[in-house]
Design a protein around this ligand. Sequence first.
Ligand SMILES: *Cc1c(COP(=O)(O)O)cnc(C)c1O
Length: 234
Amino acid sequence: MTISENVSLVKEKLALAAARAGRSPSEITLLAASKMNDVARIREAFDAGITIFGENRVQEMLEKNALGAYAGASLHFIGHLQKNKAKQVIGLARLIHGVDSVALLQVLSRLAVSRGIVQDVLLEVNIGLEASKSGFTPAEIPSALDACEDFPGVQVRGLMAIPPVCRNSDEIRPYFAQMQQLFIDNGEKKYDNSSMDFLSMGMSGDYEIAVEYGSNLVRVGSGIFGPRNYTAKP
Ligand SMILES: *Cc1c(COP(=O)(O)O)cnc(C)c1O
């Protein structure tokens, strides 16, 4: 399968999943997770209709960006962002998905204010409460949104999660369901600098299920680019 064929197939499956869930396909955004794929492959995906790319390593993103990989498209940062690398990502990434601490929100806000911009971010939720993963616990989200009222350089646009690795598709449903509820609950109270617009969840193996639980931003990597080659250089 070519990248172009994969893009068509994923879009078709997304549309069918939306229809099954009684949703309009137009309310679900497809992001191509392009880590470990080179500029040529990213341009192929762009030519096939991908409009948003997501990268999870700062250095790799900067290198590929300098080569024009994302020209004409929107770029999101979907990885774990360290505070000392925030200044390289801010303003370049239209949306930063994995913001996992109030300290990082504060750093991002300060940098954004100094540049006269507002940075859109998503709060990452450690929905499986896994020790190996970063992110806010569900219970910490309201206080993080409270804290953001003092951070005029950031606008929280929603929530993002990577649920625990599951053995089958039914195991993942409770995590997606909890995320959906969290998204709804935290959208009810109005906070300055926050709006619950995007629920970023679902990857190649489970995006059709995520759509059943309200995801409106799915991050698909191998489903578009094929298996990643971990031995090659980007
Ligand atoms: C790589 C990556 C994806 C895509 O994973 P696939 O299983 O290849 O679709 C999605 N989200 C994040 C945060 C990633 O790093």
